[in-house]
Ligand binder design. Sequence first.
Ligand code: SF4
Ligand SMILES: [Zn+2]
Length: 115
Amino acid sequence: MPNCPRCRQAVDSQAIACPYCRTPLKAHGHPGIPLYRAEGETYLCETCTYHEDDTCNYPQRPYAKECTLYHDRFQPVVSLQRRSSGWQTVQRNQGLLAVIGLLAVSLVIAFANRS
Ligand code: SF4
Ligand SMILES: [Zn+2]
């Protein structure tokens, strides 16, 4: 089995992303994965987050002209998952909202019984 270029874990050769660190492993034939290219005389690594924080262990570093893992260090790191909308947050917290609602109701009943 090949190793992930980023975290060095053994990963399935057919995997499109490392199951341990989520690094995209293939650029060709997988249209969802962008292959970043350097413009002109620059190298991608010069502006890459993983070069700056020294976590990249790709062999082409620091002279990568093409890279799937590149991340612009001036951009915030966002997870691969789509960020949830407000409504999804409400849906996810439905259980919590139900508990809060029950608590409120029982407090009202407790106060009503005291008076
Ligand atoms: S551009 Fe690619 S090779 Fe260069 S530091 Fe970033 S991840 Fe590593
Ligand atoms: Zn990995």
